[in-house]
Ligand binder design. Structure first.
Ligand code: GRF
Length: 205
């Protein structure tokens, strides 16, 4: 059983998709802790409703790193999941949890990612550029923003009439599929990382 911590900043729909998949018995893991960059995240209400311990992280980066590491160690966390998390994960935490922090990003990395590309800014940039395909990506967190080895991706076609919100909504549906699936594969021990490459070892019965 993998003990999981989820990091949030907003509505928590990705976290909810993960909790629902765990509830359905499809993932050999359990969410022990939800850490938020803000006390205003609706994700915290979702965590409380699920009876999960929550922690609002300090704003100051060194203090945030200390509190984060202490909470992860105290709760025996083996996997961190960033689900709409907008804070910085310190290099120290990334080192300690190398290839054990999964992030979900609402574009096809390496496009439309990195500093300043989060939430609606991603979809605005996609439409502004005139891209025909966007999507979402799960990846392991490495040093830098949205730079780690890619686990899964799903493509979403851009429609002529799309607004940032309509595109975001269609991509979010796919995020709610690949994030729980990426966590499931991790908990099955079916993910192997070789440099930048992620190999999924699951046998298809
Ligand atoms: C959404 O923009 C999603 O694409 C990204 O984080 C934002 C909020 O997601 N991953 P959530 O509802 O808080 O999970």
């Amino acid at each position: 059983m993998t003990d999981i911590a989820v990091f949030v900043s907003g509505g928590g729909s990705n976290m909810q998709a993960l909790l629902d998949t765990i509830e359905d018995g499809k993932i050999k893991g359990r969410v022990r802790l939800v850490l938020s960059s803000t006390d205003k995240a609706y994700a915290l209400q979702r965590a409380h409703a699920a009876g999960i311990k929550t922690l609002v992280l300090p704003k100051e980066l060194k203090e945030r790193e200390r509190v984060t590491l202490e909470a992860l160690r105290e709760n025996g966390i083996s996997l961190c999941v960033l689900a709409g998390y907008l804070g910085i994960i310190s290099p120290e935490v990334v080192r300690e949890y190398e290839n054990r922090i999964i992030n979900i990003h609402p574009s096809l990395i390496p496009s439309f990612c990195g500093k300043g590309y989060y939430g609606h800014f991603v979809h605005e940039a996609v439409l502004e550029y005139g891209a025909k395909v966007s999507g979402c990506t799960t990846h392991f967190v490495a040093q830098g923003i949205d730079t780690g080895p890619i686990i899964m991706q799903r493509a979403v076609y851009v429609k002529q009439e799309d607004t940032p919100q309509t595109l975001a909504d269609r991509i979010l549906e796919q995020e709610h599929i690949i994030l729980p699936e990426s966590v499931r594969l991790f908990c099955e021990g079916a993910i192997e990382v070789n440099g930048r490459k992620v190999i999924i070892k699951e046998r298809k019965e």
